[in-house]
Design a protein. Sequence first.
Length: 217
Amino acid sequence: MFLAARALLYLGQGQERQGADKARATYKRIVRDFGNQTEMVAVAQQRLLALGRPRSSGTLAKRLLCAGCGDAEADFSSDGRWMAITDWNSGDLAVRDISTGQVKRLMVRTGTGRDSDSYVETPILSPDLRQIVYLWDTGERSAHVQLRVAPNETAAKARVLMDNKENVWYTPTAWSPDGKSIVVIVAKTTTIPINSRVWQYRTAQSQSVGWRFKGGA
């Protein structure tokens, strides 16, 4: 129970960067379903107070940040300036400066999209913006995928965090506040119901912290 509550707490903290509504729902779930985990409940209640009440949707205010830069699985920095994306022209990991529109490829994959079928997907920026964790599809016919992390620097060497051919997909969802671990959904099948696990993974090591719980079964 403690580990599941902590995983949800990390998830909520990651969701705060993408919008308060999802984070608010996650924190409410901790308060509702994990009442015996007093420490986690207290933190969740503090975050709910900090987020405040949902805003009224009487009027819709919107501002176009960039045109033609959409990536359904992009991630944003907490200040809204940086956007971690897949450069689909090459399959490479890239970072877009929203204020200037400049895109910087990190060169974890060299060449163009025609060179091979490998590509990056679902990148997530660390809280300090120094690292990006992502799924790496090797492009092999066996649908071999890996979970990798790379420094937010051009031509920096990426590290493989998880590489198990029994796993068909990795979806990183959130970093811990200290940037030392991540929460990842690991799927072993693509059929419904999806056989998946949620792992907390220490980025400084090559092993998980050793806990998981089922989901989607």
